[in-house]
Design a protein around this ligand. Structure first.
Ligand code: AHR
Length: 329
């Protein structure tokens, strides 16, 4: 009886090891957890991998440090994972480690922020935000809204709160912000600095601007978290956010919808964090032997605001209150 039990236990162990050995290991090097967008992105990607039969997730949080992400990528290589999902905290400085990933012949999938060496390395698929378009839409929303209320005949002072310096999302949105400004000469940039994509730094930067800048009519915040932090600073200074200062964010997280419905924020440009819907069919297809070209796929994205009906590039804004209940993140 004892021998039989030992045999059964050994069998269970061997079967368990075999099942584990045959699981597809998918490693994800994430940037950190700086914003509601990032949390939604992490949750969505991890759930998509973990929820798939036969797939196992190896997750690493870089805590906003490039060196942590480089170390994580090297660990993934040592572990011999089957796929690497990668988004980089900044755009530059990845050439060496991503070449090592290529040399280890681990299929690389780029997500969200695309490294500037993308042309020089191999990757099997890429999904990212169209950051210049998002930046242009922010300014177009402001310009068209100001026209709609007859404020295009006066100078309108704009503060641009940028994301993490050197991040693809900051570089692209700034490029888009500044390019679109040229179509609205009445918009004047009076302040421009980084709030690092976080609520706390958005609040601190707005506090300092309110003390040092004569007049701010509009805040363009390159993500919603910074806009929400700025709202706290504006209220603390005795001003009315959404009225004394028009506020446009980016991401379209639920908290921004709530602020818009409460009249404290005016618009948010969508940046979709839900990449699981692309990743699962892509990895399944790659496993079945399909290949993809190096095109970076951008999710469809919208614009949400107080009243709807503002025309920006490629879309018309939707009233946030009408769709807030359907918001997934
Ligand atoms: O890369 C996407 C950006 O990163 C999101 O706009 C921002 O909220 C996040 O931190």
């Amino acid at each position: 009886m004892k021998k039989l039990l030992t045999l059964v236990l050994a069998l269970v162990l061997v079967m368990g090891l075999a099942a584990n050995a045959s699981a597809l290991t998918i490693a994800f090097s994430q940037i950190g957890q700086e914003s509601d967008w990032r949390t939604a992105n992490t949750d969505d990607v991890c759930a998509a991998i973990e929820g798939h039969e036969g797939w196992e997730l190896v997750y690493s949080d870089g805590q906003q440090k490039q060196e942590n992400q480089i170390q994580a990528l090297r660990n993934f290589i040592t572990q011999g994972v089957d796929y690497i999902l990668f988004t980089g905290v900044v755009t530059s400085g990845w050439d060496e480690v991503l070449t090592e990933v290529n040399e280890a012949e681990i299929p690389l999938i780029l997500l969200d922020r695309i490294p500037d060496c993308a042309d020089k390395i191999d990757y099997v698929a890429a999904f990212g935000g169209d950051f210049p378009l998002e930046g242009r839409r922010q300014v177009q929303w402001v310009g068209e809204y100001m026209k709609s209320i007859g404020r295009d005949t006066e100078d309108v002072n704009v503060a641009i709160m940028e994301g993490t310096t050197g991040a693809d999302a900051q570089v692209g949105r700034t490029e888009g912000n500044l390019a679109a400004m040229e179509d609205y000469p009445f918009l004047k940039v009076v302040a421009q600095n980084t709030g690092n994509f976080t609520r706390a730094e958005g609040q601190a930067l707005m506090e300092s601007w309110l003390k040092s800048v004569d007049k701010i009519d509009v805040l363009i915040a390159q993500n919603d978290d910074m806009a929400l932090g700025a709202i706290d600073a504006i209220k603390a200074a005795g001003k009315v956010p959404g009225k004394d200062i028009i506020i446009v964010g980016c991401d379209s997280v639920k908290a921004a919808f709530e602020a818009i419905v409460a009249g404290e924020m005016n618009a948010t440009i969508e940046c979709n964090p839900l990449y699981g819907q692309f990743l699962v069919p892509t990895i399944e297809a790659l496993e079945a032997g399909e290949t993809f070209d190096k095109t970076i796929v951008h999710p469809d994205e919208g614009v949400f605001d107080m009243d709807g009906g503002i025309q920006v590039e490629g879309t018309v804004s939707v009233k946030a209150a009408d769709v807030i209940d359907e918001r997934a993140y």
